[in-house]
Write a protein that binds this ligand. Structure first.
Ligand code: HEM
Length: 510
């Protein structure tokens, strides 16, 4: 224990001294809550809804806020303008990812795209993802999205209480099919169970508290023997690393086997593997394996979160659901389920989806980027190595862009505005992040969310759950996830709207 304490103090002193030294060069850091000596703002951080805390700092200190923890700088960008200026226009130095010792080296996540340092590897991986997930490629997935959505509708209609399991199956099943050509047969599928377990470990264990572990601040701790008190994180990391490797290897190796057997369905990995042929080198194999895994893992919680928020808003704003149902009925009629061809004729549903994305903000602080060089913005000094967070939560509640931002109002997106204003207001330009690390899955989820939302509105009434006496029960909405604004499971009542809906849903193509 003595050695550990000594190491911690030495390493902490080193980090703090480095911070002090940089401060002497220029004291004009962006404003922020006053740090304590040595430990900095460690007591200001929170693992739950950090975006709310960051927003109260934004209200107090302005569009750019700086804090530090033992000398590790964290910057929160609170306006669209400053975020575009830094993360996009200065993307050459704002596109790196933090070198987390715990998540990256010890847990093996540095192979995943979202953790990959900016450079050749990240550029190769992003090229592969663009190939699979660009708008043209996504159009070819539309029939698949419709089929998967029909499966989701049937499952919810049959067993509405377990709706969350079916949404998870939809989110995972879709990417498993598109990426690995694997068809999920039930919500108990082992591939889905492994993915759910790993994504939970990632977001609620490894990335909990912003992903910063003591060993990230004091890397020397990684050399402690695992048996030493206080070094328990090493055993955890070893277990989690094995899981992450299993998560990347299992579906990929299973697909390779299906290709050998001649039973593989065409998908992202099979196309790339066929292209590479027998001459595939280890770098290409590694890139395909981990890019596929990254898309799979990044699609799960994000998709589930937005669909949960969709259900919540339908419960909270029944008049919106009714108006959307009327619009869909007037275009689609009563004899079929909606399809993508209906999209241009459904302006209210379109506005509803935009407001849902603005309102829910699935990843409210985005994922941190790491500043690769010292930088100066408006006379404020930003040291190399600072972790940069885009405070999307704050930006999507800017009253100058969204009057009465606390009101859920799809109508705000139905006004006729010029192109520049429309771009500035479109939540899609915020919720998927900024710059060179922007979400590569955004075109897929944009289509996927639309078809799920429209089909559910057309087929179901979604209301508050009822207690034994038949009284409506207010859903209990709690956010505990460290990275995603994902509500804890809540109860609701989802039922088919009519016999006609039942015929359409239960008879829809399997
Ligand atoms: C509503 C759903 C989604 C939201 C809100 C969302 C949001 C985000 C955000 C904020 C980032 C961080 C961007 C940055 O670093 O600036 C990100 C990264 C990423 N997303 Fe998404 N995402 C969603 C769905 C998806 C889907 C469906 C996929 C894959 C099929 C996906 C794949 C990824 C990957 C691989 C990254 C890492 C990119 C990199 O670091 O270069 N996401 N996403």
């Amino acid at each position: 224990m003595g050695i550990l304490l000594g190491l911690v103090i030495a390493a902490a002193f080193f980090a703090w001294a480095r911070h002090q030294q940089t401060k002497k060069v220029s004291r004009a850091y962006p404003p922020g809550p006053k740090p304590l000596p040595f430990v900095g703002n460690i007591l200001d951080l929170t693992a739950i809804e950090l975006w709310m805390r960051a927003t109260s700092w934004a209200n107090q200190f302005g569009e750019i806020v700086y804090i530090h923890v033992f000398g590790q700088g964290l910057v929160f960008l609170n306006s669209y303008e400053v975020t575009v200026e830094l993360m996009e226009k200065r993307g050459a130095i704002y596109s790196d990812k933090p070198a987390f010792v715990m998540a990256g080296e010890l847990c093996g996540c540095d192979n995943m795209v979202a953790f990959t340092r900016y450079g050749d590897k990240s550029r190769r991986q992003r090229r592969l993802m663009t190939q699979a997930l660009n708008p043209t490629a996504i159009r070819t997935y539309q029939p698949l999205l419709e089929i998967e959505t029909h499966t989701l509708l049937r499952a919810i209609a049959t067993d509405p209480k377990n709706y969350l399991n079916y949404i998870r199956r939809y989110a995972g099943g879709l990417t498993l099919l598109v990426i690995y050509g694997y068809q999920v047969k039930s919500e108990n599928d082992p591939s889905l169970a492994l993915a759910t377990e790993c994504v939970d470990i990632l977001s609620n264990q490894i990335a909990s508290g912003g992903g910063i572990w003591p060993v990230d601040i004091f890397p020397a701790l990684q050399h402690l023997p695992s048996w030493l008190p206080g070094a328990g994180f090493k055993a955890k990391a070893a277990t989690w690393k094995a899981k992450m490797e299993e998560f990347a290897d299992k579906p990929y190796e299973a697909l390779k086997q299906r290709m050998l057997d001649g039973t593989a369905l065409s998908c992202f990995c099979s196309t790339l593997l066929e292209e590479a042929g027998d001459k595939i080198d280890s770098e290409r194999d590694f890139d395909i394996r981990w890019t596929a895994n990254s898309m799979y893992s990044a699609s799960l919680d994000t998709t589930i979160t937005v669909v949960q928020h969709f259900i919540l808003t339908m419960i909270q704003f029944p008049e919106m659901m009714q108006r959307a149902q009327e619009e869909i009925e007037s275009v689609v009629g009563h004899g079929r389920l909606p399809t993508f061809t209906d999209r241009p004729s459904l302006p209210f549903v379109e506005a509803l989806m935009s407001e849902l994305l603005r309102w829910s903000v699935a990843v409210p602080l985005g994922l941190p980027h790491r500043l690769m060089e010292d930088d100066v913005y408006n006379g404020m000094f930003l040291p190399k190595g600072t972790l940069v967070f885009a405070n999307v939560w704050k930006m999507l509640r800017n009253p100058e862009v969204y009057p009465n931002p606390e009101v859920f109002s799809p109508e705000r997106f139905m006004e006729d505005v010029d192109e520049v204003t429309a771009k500035r207001r479109d939540p899609r330009n915020y919720v998927f992040g900024f710059g060179r690390r922007r979400c590569p899955g955004m075109h897929l989820i944009e289509q996927s969310l639309w078809i799920v939302m429209t089909s559910m509105i057309s087929s179901f009434d979604i209301t508050r759950a009822k207690d034994a006496a038949g009284n409506a029960v207010e859903p209990v909405v709690v956010f505990e996830n460290a990275v995603f604004r994902q509500p804890n499971p809540f109860e609701c009542d989802i039922r088919l709207r009519s016999e006609q809906s039942e015929r359409l849903v239960m008879g829809s193509a399997a």
